[in-house]
Design a binder for this molecule. Structure first.
Ligand SMILES: Nc1nc2c(c(=O)[nH]1)N[C@H]1C(S)=C(S)[C@@H](COP(=O)(O)OP(=O)(O)OC[C@H]3O[C@@H](n4cnc5c(=O)[nH]c(N)nc54)[C@H](O)[C@@H]3O)O[C@H]1N2
Ligand SMILES: Nc1nc2c(c(=O)[nH]1)N[C@H]1C(S)=C(S)[C@@H](COP(=O)(O)OP(=O)(O)OC[C@H]3O[C@@H](n4cnc5c(=O)[nH]c(N)nc54)[C@H](O)[C@@H]3O)O[C@H]1N2
Ligand SMILES: [Mo]
Length: 769
C-alpha cells in the first residue's frame, strides 16, 4: 500500500480532489468551496478504467491500403490496424499536405465542434485550429449547437449577444427585486451542473432558495414539470413545445390591446415598434394576438394568460428564456419575442426587470460575472475565412458548392476532402444521424482524436488516442466562474495515449512549424504563460491582485475579479443616446429594416409566430413531440458508463418519459421496452411513466452511445438523434433544430440485447489486432 496523493482537478461539472494511490484513483472529494457539487465528479475515475479507451493509434485497414481510393462505406465495420505514433503522425501530416496542395485548405474541415475536456490549454479544437492555421487554414464553424439562432438574432436586435452569454441581469438582482419571474424552458441544477471551462462554485441552488424565500411568484412555462425544482414552488404551465413565441406575443398583445404598454419606453429605447404593435393588435394581418389566440396555439388557459399579462405590467417582472427554446425551428423568434414582450412592459434596464437568456443552461449564467481575462490558447491568425454555421455539417458534406445563407449573406459550401475531429462527437451531437451517416461517406479521409472509442471514432480512418485531462496538467476557468483552477495530473497516460498538445505539436513539427506552434514552450511552460496573462490582466485592468503561478498551482485555485448585482442595459435605459446599442438604429430593434429588405419568410421583420416544421398543432393522433434534453447524469456522451449516468438508465438503456394516460393508451407499462420511430430512424428506450411530462410529449435525454443493431438501423442504446430533424432554424441563424421533432411510440417485443455490451463486442471485433 502506497501513500495517498491528493490531486486538485476540475471538469466542466466542477472542481474536485482526486485521491490517488499506486497510480490508481481510489476516491474523489468535492471542492471545499463548492456549495452544491455535481455527482458527476464521481464518474471521473471511469476515464481510467473503461474498456472504451482507444488503446493506441489505429488506421482502418482499407484506408491504409488504398488511401483516398478506399471504400468509404466500410467505415464503422472494417478492422483497424495498429500503427506506431511516428507512422500515425506521418500519415496525418501527409493527408493535410495532400489535400491542401491538391484542393486548397477550404477542403480541410477543422470546425471540429465539441466540448472536449475543460482544460483551456490542451483544448483539442483550439489546438487543432492552431496547427491548421500554420498549415494554411481550414473550413471552420460559427456559433455553437448550444446557441446559434439566439445570438444571431440578438446581435441584430440588441447589437451584441451578451444577454445570452451570461451578461444579462445577475440572479442576485433577480432574487432581490423581481416580483414575477416567468421561466420559459428551465431553471434547474440538472443543466447548471456544467459550465464550459469548469465551474468552481455552483450557485444556482442558493439563488433559487433566495427567490423562494422572498416569495417571488415563479411561473414555469415548459412541457416538463421538473424543469424548476419542486422546492421553488413554481406554477407549472405545460405548454406545447415550440409554441412559446405565441404565448409571448399573446401576452404582449393583451398588454397593447389594453393600452397598458410603456409607450414612452418604446419611443425612447426601441426602433420599429410601430411595425410590432400593428402585428400585435391585428392591424397588420387581421388577427389580434390576444390571450384567446395564444391559448389556441399553446394549449394553455386563456384566462390565465390574460391575468399574467396584467401582472407583468403591475409588478416588477423578469423573463428568462432557456437556450433550449432556440434549438428549434424558427428558434430566433422566442428570443426576439421575449425581448418584444419585455420592451412592451417597459421594464428593461430596471433592477430585477426585463429579459435574459440561458439562466441555468450553464452553471455560470446569472452568476457573478468574471471581468478579468480568461485562460485560453491562441489559435493564431486564420489565413482563409471559409466557414459553415456549426449545425450545417451534413448539408456541407452532401452539397459541395451549394449556396447557403447566414446572417443576411449568401455563401458557398466547400468541397470537403479531409475531416479532422478532435474533442467532439458528431455521432452524439448532430441531428438525423442516418442522414449524417450518408454524408460521412463523402470525405476521402476522416481523422478522429479522442480518448474514447466513440461512435465517431469507430467511423474514422485514422484514430489518435488522446489522454484525458487527469493524465496531464491543465488550467480551468472562464468568464462565468469566479476562480481559475489547477487541473493537476493524477495518473499516467492510459495505453499509448498522448496529450492533445503533444499530438498537435508533433503534426505541426512534421509540417515544418514546430517553433511557431510551440513558441518553445512545453506543457508547464504554457500553463505558466497562460496563467500569467490572466494574472497580469486582472492586475492591469482592475488592480486586482492574484497570486503568482507557483502559489496558484500549490493552492489549486485563485480568485478572479468579478462583478455582482448587475442590471443589464441600465445605462442604456438612462441615456439611450450616450449608450447607443450597436444595432441599425442604436436602439432595441422591434421592427427591422434589414430583415424587411431580406424578406425571409422564416424570419420576418418583427417577432412573429411562424409554425415549426413539426409540432403538436399539425400532428397525427398517434404522434408525440420529442424533447431530447440534456442528460442529468453526464455531460452529453461523456462518461456514459460512469456511475452517475448508469444510475439514470434502466435495464441498460436510456429512459423515455411519457404521461400515464398516453402510456395507458399505448399499452406501455413503467419499465417496459419501447420503440420510438419516425421516417428518419428508430431507437429503443425504457419507458418511465410519469405525470411530470405534458400529455403528447415524450422526453429522451441525449448522450447514449449510438449503437445500431446489425443492418436494421435500429439504435438499441436510445440516442434521440436518430430521430431529430436536421434543418436550420431559419435562413438567418441556421442553428440546430433538435427540439423540433415528432415521433411515434410503441411497446417493443423483439429481443434487444444490452446496448453497452453490444457496443463493447463490436469494438473488440473491429479493433482486433
Ligand atoms: N437531440 C439533441 N442533440 C443535441 C442537443 C440537444 O439538446 N438535443 N444539444 C446539443 C448541444 S447544446 C451540444 S453542446 C452538443 C454537444 O456535443 P459534443 O460536445 O460533441 O458532446 P460531448 O459528448 O461532450 O463530446 C466531447 C468529446 O470530446 C472527447 N474528449 C473529452 N476529453 C477530451 C480530451 O481531452 N481530448 C480530446 N481530443 N477529446 C476529448 C469526449 O470523449 C467526447 O467524445 O450536442 C448537441 N446535440
Ligand atoms: N447534466 C448536464 N448538464 C448540461 C449538459 C449536459 O449534457 N448534461 N449540457 C450543457 C450544454 S452544452 C448546454 S448547451 C446546456 C443546455 O441548456 P438548456 O438548453 O437549458 O437545456 P435542455 O435540457 O436542452 O432544455 C431545458 C428544458 O427546456 C424545455 N424545453 C424544450 N423545448 C421547449 C419548448 O419549446 N418550450 C419550452 N417552454 N420549454 C422547452 C425542456 O423541457 C428541457 O428540459 O446544458 C448544459 N448542461
Ligand atoms: Mo451545448
Amino acid at each position: 500500500m502506497g501513500d495517498i496523493r491528493r490531486v486538485r482537478h476540475c471538469s466542466h461539472w466542477g472542481a474536485y480532489t482526486l485521491l490517488v494511490e499506486d497510480g490508481r484513483i481510489v476516491g474523489t472529494e468535492p471542492f471545499e468551496l463548492d456549495p452544491a457539487p455535481s455527482p458527476i465528479i464521481h464518474s471521473v475515475k471511469e476515464w481510467a478504467e473503461t474498456a472504451r479507451r482507444v488503446p493506441r493509434p489505429l488506421v482502418r485497414e482499407g484506408w491504409l491500403e488504398k488511401r483516398e481510393g478506399s471504400d468509404r462505406r466500410a467505415r464503422g465495420e472494417e478492422r483497424f490496424v495498429p500503427v506506431s505514433w511516428d507512422e500515425a503522425i506521418g500519415l496525418v501530416a501527409g493527408e493535410i499536405r495532400r489535400v491542401s496542395q491538391t484542393y486548397g485548405n477550404a477542403s480541410i474541415f477543422g470546425g471540429s465542434y465539441g466540448w472536449t475536456s475543460c482544460g483551456r490549454f490542451h483544448h483539442a479544437p483550439s489546438l487543432l485550429k492552431r496547427m491548421l492555421n500554420l498549415a494554411g487554414g481550414y473550413t471552420g464553424h460559427v456559433d455553437t449547437y448550444s446557441i446559434a439562432a439566439g445570438p444571431v438574432i440578438l446581435r441584430h436586435v440588441l447589437g451584441e449577444d451578451a444577454a445570452c452569454g451570461g451578461q444579462a441581469n445577475t440572479l442576485d438582482t433577480i432574487a432581490a427585486h423581481t416580483e414575477t419571474l416567468v421561466v420559459f424552458g428551465a431553471l434547474t441544477p440538472r443543466t447548471a451542473q456544467n459550465e464550459a471551462g469548469g465551474i468552481a462554485r455552483h450557485t444556482l441552488e442558493a439563488n433559487l432558495r433566495a427567490i423562494r424565500e422572498r416569495g417571488v411568484k415563479v411561473i414555469l412555462v415548459s412541457p416538463l414539470k421538473d424543469d424548476v425544482p419542486e422546492e421553488v414552488g413554481a406554477e407549472w404551465w405545460p405548454i406545447r413545445p415550440n409554441t412559446d413565441t405565441a404565448l409571448m406575443l399573446g401576452l404582449a398583445g393583451e398588454i397593447v390591446l389594453a393600452g397598458r404598454h410603456d409607450a414612452a419606453f418604446l419611443a425612447r429605447c426601441t426602433s420599429g415598434s410601430e411595425r410590432f404593435l400593428r402585428y400585435l393588435d391585428g392591424r397588420a394581418d387581421g388577427q389580434r394576438k390576444d390571450a384567446a389566440w395564444a391559448a389556441g396555439i399553446t394549449g394553455l388557459d386563456a384566462g390565465a394568460i390574460a391575468a399574467l399579462a396584467k401582472r407583468l405590467v403591475e409588478t416588477r417582472s423578469m423573463l428568462t428564456v432557456s437556450w433550449s427554446l432556440q434549438r428549434a425551428h424558427h428558434g430566433e423568434q422566442p428570443f426576439w419575442a421575449a425581448l418584444g414582450l419585455a420592451a412592451v412592459t417597459g421594464q428593461i434596464g430596471l433592477p430585477g426587470g426585463g429579459v435574459g437568456y440561458g439562466y441555468s443552461s450553464l452553471g455560470g449564467v446569472g452568476a457573478a460575472i468574471n471581468v478579468g481575462p480568461s485562460p485560453f490558447i491562441p489559435q493564431l491568425k486564420r489565413p482563409i475565412d471559409s466557414f459553415i454555421p456549426v449545425a450545417r455539417i451534413t448539408d456541407m458534406l452532401l452539397n459541395p458548392g451549394a449556396e447557403f445563407s447566414y446572417e443576411g449573406k449568401v455563401r458557398t459550401y466547400p468541397d470537403t476532402r479531409l475531416v479532422y475531429w478532435a474533442g467532439g462527437n458528431p455521432y452524439h451531437h448532430h441531428q438525423d444521424l442516418n442522414r449524417l451517416s450518408e454524408a460521412w461517406t463523402r470525405p476521402e479521409t476522416i481523422i478522429v482524436q479522442d480518448p474514447m472509442f466513440t461512435a465517431t471514432a469507430r467511423r474514422a480512418d485514422i484514430v489518435l488516442p488522446a489522454s484525458t485531462s487527469i493524465e496531464r496538467n491543465d488550467i480551468a476557468g472562464n468568464r462565468r466562474s469566479d476562480l481559475v483552477l489547477a487541473m493537476q495530473q493524477a495518473i499516467a497516460p492510459v495505453g499509448e495515449a498522448r496529450s492533445d498538445y503533444d499530438i498537435f505539436r508533433a503534426i505541426a513539427a512534421e509540417l515544418g512549424h514546430d517553433e511557431a506552434f510551440s513558441e518553445g514552450r512545453d506543457e508547464m511552460g504554457w500553463l505558466r504563460h497562460i496563467y500569467e496573462t490572466v494574472r497580469s490582466g486582472a492586475e492591469e485592468r482592475h488592480g486586482f491582485a492574484m497570486p503568482d503561478f507557483d502559489r496558484f498551482w500549490a493552492e489549486g485555485y485563485a480568485a478572479c475579479p468579478v462583478k455582482e448585482n448587475h442590471t443589464y442595459l441600465a445605462e442604456f435605459r438612462d441615456e439611450p443616446e450616450a449608450h447607443a446599442l450597436k444595432t441599425e438604429s442604436g436602439r432595441i430593434v422591434l421592427g427591422s429594416e434589414a430583415l424587411e429588405r431580406l424578406h425571409y419568410a422564416d424570419c420576418r421583420s418583427h417577432p412573429a409566430w411562424i409554425p415549426p416544421a413539426e409540432w403538436l398543432g399539425a400532428a397525427a393522433d398517434d404522434e408525440f413531440h420529442l424533447i431530447s434534453h440534456q442528460p442529468a447524469g453526464r455531460l452529453h456522451s461523456q462518461l456514459e458508463t460512469g456511475p452517475a449516468s448508469l444510475a439514470l438508465k434502466r435495464n441498460g438503456r436510456e429512459q423515455m418519459r411519457i404521461h400515464p394516460q398516453d402510456a395507458a393508451g399505448l399499452g406501455i407499462a413503467d419499465g417496459g421496452l419501447v420503440r420510438l420511430s419516425n421516417a428518419r430512424g428508430a431507437c429503443l428506450a425504457t419507458a418511465q411513466v410519469s405525470d411530470t411530462v405534458r400529455r403528447g410529449v415524450v422526453v429522451l435525454p441525449t448522450g447514449a452511445w449510438f449503437t445500431p443493431a446489425g443492418n436494421s438501423g435500429l439504435d438499441i442504446a436510445g440516442n434521440p438523434n436518430v430521430l431529430t430533424l436536421d434543418i436550420g432554424t431559419s435562413q438567418l441563424g441556421q442553428g440546430c433544430s433538435a427540439h423540433t421533432c415528432l415521433v411515434r411510440v410503441e411497446p417493443y417485443r423483439g429481443d434487444a440485447g444490452d446496448a453497452i455490451a453490444v457496443y463493447q463486442d463490436h469494438l473488440a471485433a473491429i479493433a482486433a489486432a
